[in-house]
Write a protein that binds this ligand. Structure first.
Ligand code: ADQ
Length: 484
């Protein structure tokens, strides 16, 4: 089975959030299980910067191609490389106007960038004479691809036998733009209606993807159910219910080679489940690096995009109470200014207890995953969540809100059975969050043998891509069966 995996972000070439991790890892495991994946992504400016560090080379293979139906004369080139530590080919769409901003989501016009990328990928596939059984598109940035395939490309022989799978990594981002972009995209006028991509007087890329893909999935079983409700549906719950028969949930995995405390060269000291003492050496080094007192207190880590989704409002409400505990708190994140400022202010006020690192730094992220005792993720909603999975893998105990993928990966620790790998709460409010943190701190200080067991349970939780990749292959087969 030949699969085109199309994404705006792919690790290690360009990463903003979890989307990149998923598309950077899944193909390796698909390949292991007999499918032939090929990745398509934009050649963002950051892609060149990472070449040396991650050991890939970029080769230009086509030049000066255009997309005839778009309202622009911009031309694109195609570059080729391989996904590091695999044989998976990667094709990059290069255009200086659209994809050379310093940051992936800056640039002249995000709607045009997404449209241009989506359309250029289809033209590139035609030009390279590639044939696919499956187009696997990801999130709103590539959600117009199914719309193109079922309209402008309907009669193109290379395409009409391929099935389309859309993965929704986060329903909170839908690509809602002015109607004028329909014309820019060269898409037929008839799509602008309530059964098409019209959405409250605008157009909605993700809605197009949901309606025109053969099969849809989200990144955890719980989230696939939640998004069909008003509370989590972000105004698309009706459309999703319409597609309920073709809507699945597959939990993401994590890359066990990339994220392995025994071999990870980004952390201070390597360790495994058999020499967990060395985990505490990581803690000492992190405390030193963060300018916190080096002592045996629980370190609570948090690594996040600083946005409403991540439950920062309920955390803000009780932060002062947390500082009354004998704990340290290390944050790494960037995002909304109000949250960046909030954490910076708290760190200034409690320099002995709080370290706020307002930047994007994947090496520091690994150090925090390895060195912390607990990892906080009180998300308002969480499609899957990778942070809690990395922390489990590194023996760092997640404290989460049981929603979406957090509910599917973290199980409340039960002292009587010694089962479970973390702590959490269901109701979205600060009192429940505080209680969950308090419980974890109590067990850390007062019930050492339970804490050890928790670490063991965390580190042996199966979060590998092997399991998820097999489920994706089943999903591809389902999609294929729908169109023959
Ligand atoms: N400042 C910083 N420095 C370094 N690294 C940072 C960082 N801020 C965040 N990260 C990293 O970015 C990733 C975040 O992934 P998540 O899955 O937790 O959330 P995100 O909301 O981006 O992903 C969305 O897509 C994924 C993938 O499907 C879903 O799991 C998730 O629920 C959904 O919201 C983690 O690898 C984290 O370490």
């Amino acid at each position: 089975m030949k699969v085109a995996l199309i994404s705006y972000e792919v690790y290690p070439f360009a990463k903003v959030g979890g989307l990149a991790d998923v598309v950077g890892a899944l193909p390796k495991y698909l390949e292991k299980h007999g499918t032939k994946p090929i990745i398509f992504m934009p050649k963002h400016r950051v892609v060149e910067k990472g070449a040396e560090k991650f050991g890939y080379t970029l080769k230009k293979i086509k030049e000066g191609l255009n997309v005839p139906f778009l309202k622009t004369d911009e031309k694109f080139d195609i570059y080729e490389t391989k996904l590091p530590k695999s044989n998976v080919p990667v094709y990059l769409i290069s255009n200086d106007y659209y994809f050379s901003a310093e940051k992936v989501y800056d640039g002249p016009d995000l709607a045009e960038q997404a449209i241009y990328f989506s359309a250029a990928v289809l033209e590139a596939i035609k030009n390279l004479k590639l044939k696919f059984d499956i187009f696997h598109v990801n999130d709103w940035q590539t959600a117009l691809i199914p719309v193109y395939l079922k309209s402008l490309y309907k009669e193109v022989p290379e395409f009409f036998k391929a099935a389309v799978v859309l993965t929704i990594h986060n329903l909170g981002y839908q690509g809602i733009f002015d109607q004028k972009y329909l014309e820019f995209a060269g898409l037929p006028e008839y799509l602008y209606n309530i059964d098409g991509i019209e959405f409250y007087g605008k157009i909605n890329f993700l809605k197009g993807g949901i309606l025109f893909s053969d099969v849809i999935n989200t990144v955890s079983p719980t989230y696939s159910q939640e998004i069909q409700t008003k509370e989590y549906g972000e105004k698309l719950d009706g459309v999703l219910r319409l597609r309920a028969a073709d809507l699945y949930g597959i939990l993401n995995g994590i890359d066990y080679e990339e994220y392995n405390p025994a071999t990870d060269d980004r952390i201070y000291v390597n360790y495994s489940i058999d020499d967990i003492e060395k985990k505490y050496e990581n803690k000492k080094k992190l405390q030193e690096e963060m300018g916190l007192p080096v002592k045996d207190v629980p370190v609570i880590g948090m690594i996040n995009r600083l946005v409403d989704q991540k439950g920062l409002d309920i955390l803000a409400d009780i932060f002062r109470y947390i500082t009354l505990f004998n704990v340290q708190f290390v944050l790494l994140g960037t995002g909304d200014e109000k949250y960046e400022k909030l954490f910076e202010d708290i760190a200034k006020e409690f320099p002995e207890k709080v370290s706020a690192n307002i930047k994007f730094d994947v090496t520091l992220a690994q150090k925090i995953y390895a060195a912390s005792d607990m990892f906080l993720m009180p998300s308002r909603y969480e499609p899957c969540g990778l942070g809690q999975m990395y922390s489990l893998r590194y023996g760092t105990i997640p404290v989460v809100r049981y929603t979406g993928g957090l509910a599917d990966t973290v199980m409340e620790y039960d002292e009587s059975t010694m089962k479970g790998n973390g702590f959490g709460f269901k109701e979205y409010d600060s009192a429940h969050l505080l209680r969950a943190i308090a419980r974890s701190v109590d067990i850390y200080f007062n019930k050492k043998q339970h804490w050890r067991k928790l670490i063991k349970n965390a580190m042996t939780t199966d979060l590998s891509w092997e399991r998820s990749a097999k489920e994706y292959i089943k999903l591809y087969t389902r999609a294929k069966n729908k169109i023959v």
